[in-house]
Design a protein around this ligand. Structure first.
Ligand SMILES: C[S@@+](CC[C@H](N)C(=O)[O-])C[C@H]1O[C@@H](n2cnc3c(N)ncnc32)[C@H](O)[C@@H]1O
Length: 442
């Protein structure tokens, strides 16, 4: 298979919602031993097409007489990839992009599809001047959506929530290349020692400003350049996410429940802060995900982690008053981490934001029953959607006056007014995250 065929297949899988682009790309690169140049072109085609998806669809909508949703999915992938080469790459001649796309349509489709693809691409080239992105003044939403590769409904929501200037800053944050952030496994090595070891090997590493175990790597290394990851001395985790365990503030000799725990980033962090006289139960509703928690705990040498197959929405009926501390790191819309998840940007639907708060409140209510009198309940998400954050917590507090909020930022070094921490990428230069800390009365 040639490079374009591989890219076409990978994009087809991602666009059919059958996998994450980073996993598919790395599996493909492992299976097919491509030479460096082909490897780069393959990666560029897959990630570039995905990043520019809404711009490419904007062109297809204008040029095609058939509606996008009526197009054969493989035909749509071939068109997107062809237009990406024509409109966004400078080094591929237009004729090559067209001819190669026609070949793909013949290979994966039929003669009719090949003719259609040829027509659309040549039409696109003829009408090229029509596809300059409108300016911010001409059409704010379309401009931001096409320039920063975000869905229009999200841009509208952000403008309503933060205004245009902050929305631009937010979109810019999501366009920056994510730095790798690692957490020192402080049960085995201090952050200073880990940092020293990395810098000794000429790695451009610096400490994370807010998470006491966090280290950023400014140049993106291959994972294999960091043997400390394989040795269990460090764990890949975003800085925002590291703050959650500190807000929970686990202590020795405690029983702690992490009720939405897989793959165990926070469970293992909590376990290392609590020490081995505590027991941390990492619960999840998916059996196969529990294995990830176990594997991560074992790899980091943590003997105080146990896993539990358990639905967070019913956990309180079984384990009432059992835990000193409970973390609900709820499934959420993930709007705070759009920098990392390119394909997730296009999968988000307004409906997701509507259906989640009810589920989150159910989980929080059930998990709260596990908290012993005087114990701590922490609720966190990786989103900046108030309906999933402050509104869920306030609805919970209204029904449960036995819980009172405590100032979350007293437990970590990022200061926020009010009780809760809402990290905003455009203000805090961190992934969007929400953390609330509640205490049950005695
Ligand atoms: C935001 S992720 C958790 C990330 C994790 N805390 C970490 O730091 O690695 C949410 C998790 O909730 C799990 N989940 C979804 N619905 C659940 C339910 N009803 N009960 C328990 N876990 C659930 C998902 O499988 C997913 O692993």
């Amino acid at each position: 298979m040639n490079v374009r065929e591989l890219a076409c297949q990978s994009l087809f899988t991602v666009c059919q919602d059958k996998g994450y682009s980073n996993i598919i790309v790395s599996q493909t690169l492992q299976k097919y031993k491509l030479v460096d140049r082909d490897r780069r072109f393959y990666t560029e085609l897959v990630y570039g097409t995905l990043r520019h998806l809404n711009y490419l669809d904007w062109i297809i909508t204008a040029v095609s007489t058939r509606k996008i949703i009526k197009l054969d999915p493989i035909c749509l992938v071939i068109l997107r990839m062809g237009l990406y080469q024509i409109f966004c790459l400078t080094k591929v001649p237009e004729s090559a992009a067209c001819n190669e796309s026609v070949k793909l349509a013949t290979r994966f489709g039929n003669k009719g599809m090949a003719k259609f693809v040829n027509g659309i691409l040549r039409n696109g080239i003829r009408r090229r001047m029509e596809f300059n992105i409108p300016t911010l003044e001409e059409n704010t939403i379309l401009h931001l959506s096409l320039t920063y590769h975000q869905q229009q409904w999200l841009i509208k929501k952000w403008i309503a929530d933060y205004g245009t200037e902050e929305t631009v800053a937010l979109c810019r944050y999501f366009e920056t290349i994510p730095r790798l952030c690692i957490r020192a496994n402080t049960t085995k090595i201090s952050r200073d020692e880990l940092l020293h070891n990395l810098q000794q090997r000429d790695m451009d590493a610096e400490i994370a400003p807010y998470a006491p175990e966090g280290i950023y790597l400014n140049t993106i290394p291959s994972i294999h350049d960091i043997p400390e990851l394989q040795q269990g001395l460090a764990f890949i985790q975003d800085e925002s996410s590291m703050l959650v365990a500190h807000v929970l503030d686990p202590k020795p000799n405690e029983v702690i429940f992490d009720v939405c725990a897989a793959p165990g980033g926070k469970t293992t962090h909590i376990a290392s802060l609590a020490g081995d006289t505590s027991i941390v139960y990492g619960c999840d509703i998916y059996d196969h995900k529990l294995q990830l928690i176990e594997k991560n705990a074992q790899h980091l040498g943590l003997s105080n982690v146990r896993v539990l197959l358990q639905d967070a929405a019913t956990i309180g009926e079984i384990y009432a008053d059992r835990a000193d501390r409970v973390l609900v790191d709820a499934p959420c819309s993930g709007l705070g981490v759009l920098k990392r998840k390119l394909d997730l940007r296009w999968r988000k639907k307004p409906m997701d934001l509507k259906r989640l708060p009810e589920l989150q409140l159910t989980m929080l209510e059930s998990a709260s029953k596990c908290v012993k009198p005087g114990g701590i309940l922490v609720y966190s998400t990786c989103t900046m959607n108030d309906d999933e954050n402050v509104h869920v917590v306030e609805a919970f507090l209204k029904r449960h006056p036995e819980f009172k909020p405590e100032k979350a930022s007293d437990y970590c070094s990022i200061y926020k007014e009010g009780s809760y921490i809402q990290l905003l990428p455009q203000i805090d230069n961190l992934d969007g995250f929400f953390i609330a800390r509640l205490r049950r009365g005695e």
